[in-house]
Design a protein around this ligand. Structure first.
Ligand code: PLP
Length: 355
């Protein structure tokens, strides 16, 4: 159990109009901080007014990117309560990322306690308009003020909060996806299964290229054979082919998404056949040609599910479900958002109240 010191912000910032919220631009009044020093362990957990850090220019994270992060949300229920969705899963994934990046882990219960304490202090910032939420960004970075590639001896763990607007204010519109055949995001043995900043830096160029060509995201292929599907943008990806839902297996270069896991658990509850396995882009386009690629969607905390309306690779194009959201994608969206915002029963006990 952490003993969190609290220093309250004087006058809070004005709260924004929920209709004008843009993802990740505005932050709440407070942040959580905790430091690590070799020999001392994690210490000084505190909530302080939100503000800039002062860091030495030689700080290791700037040069060697020894950094990991997480992303989850707090939701306002119709009764005005605030709840989290599967925060222990984020704690576990953070620790798995830490292990790969040689960053000291944080006990799961301390992570959840810190998230809850910060959200509790800034609970007025959890918007209540339909589809809005409070995005929670925990992150850890290396702070040793020295050059040289080795594990840092000091780290900072921070959590910041940002109110976000509805992801689909005008209804769910399927997106156009481009299969990226040049850049790769991650390779097995690398850091693809972790949430470290370097993975995202490596993904930016392909994303920019896809956007310039009128596509919203890229579909990533594996880095060795360049034929197996991995993820879509910063989401996991699921396909319904001839009645079976297929999603890439977690082979090490795919991020184990919590929304992906929740989709698979719901689908199994509903008796839908599910396969986690290798799947080639070729197989998908062939299924589309045979009229068997019924639905496809990305899954992630931000969008929950993002239906795919069109897939393009080289000269090949596949239009899915006439460019409309499919019934299974819609059912997953309705069920997951219902659980998250507290309008549907939560039989798995996925939600955690913020006291
Ligand atoms: C690369 C990547 N894949 C998948 C996901 C989906 O994970 P989750 O469902 O836990 O949000 C994310 C982000 O959140 C991501 O950044």
């Amino acid at each position: 159990m952490l003993e969190i010191q609290v220093t309250r912000a004087g006058q809070g910032k004005p709260h924004p109009d929920p209709d004008t919220l843009v993802f990740g631009k505005l932050f709440t009044d407070h942040m959580f901080l905790m430091d690590y020093h070799a020999g001392q362990g994690w210490h000084s957990p505190r909530i302080v007014p939100y503000g800039p850090f002062s860091l030495d220019p030689s700080c290791m994270v700037f040069h060697y990117a020894q950094e990991v992060f997480e992303g989850l949300k707090a939701y306002r229920t119709p009764e005005g309560k605030v709840q989290l969705f599967r925060p222990v899963e984020n704690a576990r994934r953070l620790n798995s990322s830490c292990d790969r990046l040689c960053i000291p882990q944080i006990p799961e219960e301390d992570f959840v306690q810190a998230v809850k304490a910060l959200v509790q202090i800034d609970r007025d910032w959890v918007p209540d308009k339909k589809g809005t939420s409070l995005y929670i960004r925990p992150f850890i970075f290396a702070t040793d003020p020295s050059l040289g590639v080795h594990a840092s001896h000091s780290y900072r763990f921070a959590i910041i909060l940002s109110p976000v607007g509805a992801y689909y204010p005008e209804g769910i519109n399927p997106v156009k996806i481009y299969v990226e055949d040049e850049d790769v995001r991650a390779v097995r043995g690398g850091t693809g299964y972790t949430k470290c900043g370097g993975n995202y830096a490596a993904s930016i160029r392909a994303g920019e290229r896809a956007e310039a060509q009128g596509y919203s995201q890229v579909l990533w292929l594996d880095g060795v054979h360049r034929k197996y599907i991995e993820e879509v943008g910063a989401m996991n990806v699921l396909f319904k082919v001839d009645g079976t839902v297929i999603t890439p297996a977690l082979t090490g270069s795919v991020l184990p998404g919590i929304t992906r896991k929740s989709c698979l658990e719901l689908l199994r509850d509903w008796g839908v056949a599910v396969e986690e396995r290798l799947i080639t882009a070729q197989e998908l386009f062939d299924a589309a040609d045979a009229g068997k690629l019924e639905e496809a969607w990305g899954s992630g905390t931000a969008a929950v599910v993002s239906p795919i309306g069109e897939l393009a690779m080289g000269g090949r194009k596949a239009i899915l479900n006439n460019g409309k959201i499919g019934p299974l994608t819609q059912r997953l969206y309705d069920t997951l958002t219902g659980i998250q915002w507290g309008t549907e029963p939560d039989p798995h006990g996925w939600t955690v109240p913020v006291e």
